[in-house]
Design a protein around this ligand. Structure first.
Ligand code: S5P
Length: 260
């Protein structure tokens, strides 16, 4: 059966990856396909935001390198909030180097990402050594990666051939790759989760090349399983209320899609 028409619930058991199962399970229990992009610059804002939107999301996506005051304490508190509200942590590091380098960036350094992030993003550009490098740093922990197959930004260089290359790479490593960041139906395989950023209800874009579609268009036209929303929520007057709206829009579109 085509991915687009499978329920999240049915996909709990058809994936090869324990974290994909966990994610599908909590998406169907919490009735949400919303991932909030928590692009804020202080730990206080990050934790406050996670607590406000936590009930409405399946994933919290971070860029911890933009925090001015990153610390282990922040991570401990973030983990506690993830437990409290039942969501997973997704560090959008967009690894893009040779295996040996990413293994060090992922498994150590100032952020020790492997220790706390369930999922991380990586570019397919270097070839599958990047996956082998990440896996070597994961060293048996239950961790997963999402390959950036397409981007939401104007002038993106990802050709059809590149996208196919990423999909093939994912297929070869289903025990580590849980899916793709995409802007279209790059795979009909229900094992893969497609994450779509560039989602906003009110704006068409920003001044730096970001391009937006609505939650409905992301899910129904672009094949998103998970919608990623940043400023539409983080810059709203009431982020919790905005998250609820995006959650409802995204989930309604999903319910419509599985019926098609
Ligand atoms: O193609 C992409 C891939 C990603 S992961 N385009 C994106 O915008 N992103 C990320 O999604 C980006 O790094 C940011 O964290 C989020 C979009 O934020 P927004 O404020 O534009 O919704």
């Amino acid at each position: 059966k085509d991915r687009k028409h499978c329920t999240y619930e049915s996909r709990v058991t058809t994936t090869d990856h324990p974290l994909a199962s966990t994610l599908f399970e909590l998406m169907s229990t919490k009735k949400t396909n919303l991932c909030v992009a928590a692009d804020v610059t202080t730990s206080q804002e990050l934790l406050a935001l996670a607590d406000k939107v936590g009930a409405h999301i399946c994933l919290l996506k971070t860029h911890v390198d933009i925090l001015q005051d990153f610390s282990q304490d922040t991570i401990d508190k973030l983990k506690a909030l993830a437990e409290k509200h039942n969501f997973l942590l997704f560090e959008d590091r967009k690894f893009g180097d040779i295996g040996n380098t990413v293994a060090q960036q992922y498994g150590g350094g100032s952020h020790n990402i492997v220790e706390w992030a369930h999922l991380v993003t990586a570019h397919g550009l270097p070839g599958d050594g990047i996956i082998k490098g990440l896996m070597s740093a994961a060293n048996g922990r239950t961790r997963g990666c999402v390959l950036v197959a397409q981007m939401s930004s104007e002038g993106t260089l990802t050709s059809q051939e590149y996208v196919q290359g990423c999909t093939k790479m994912a297929e070869k490593h289903t025990y580590f790759v849980v899916g793709m960041v995409s802007q279209s139906n790059v795979s009909s395989d229900p094992r893969f989760i497609l994450f779509t950023p560039g989602v906003q209800l009110k704006k068409a874009g920003d001044t730096l090349g970001q391009q937006y579609v609505t939650p409905k268009a992301a899910v129904l036209e672009r094949g998103a399983d998970v919608i990623i929303v940043g400023r539409g929520i983080t810059q709203a007057e009431d982020p919790a209320a905005a998250a609820l709206i995006y959650k409802e829009e995204g989930y309604a579109a999903y319910l419509e899609r599985i019926e098609q």
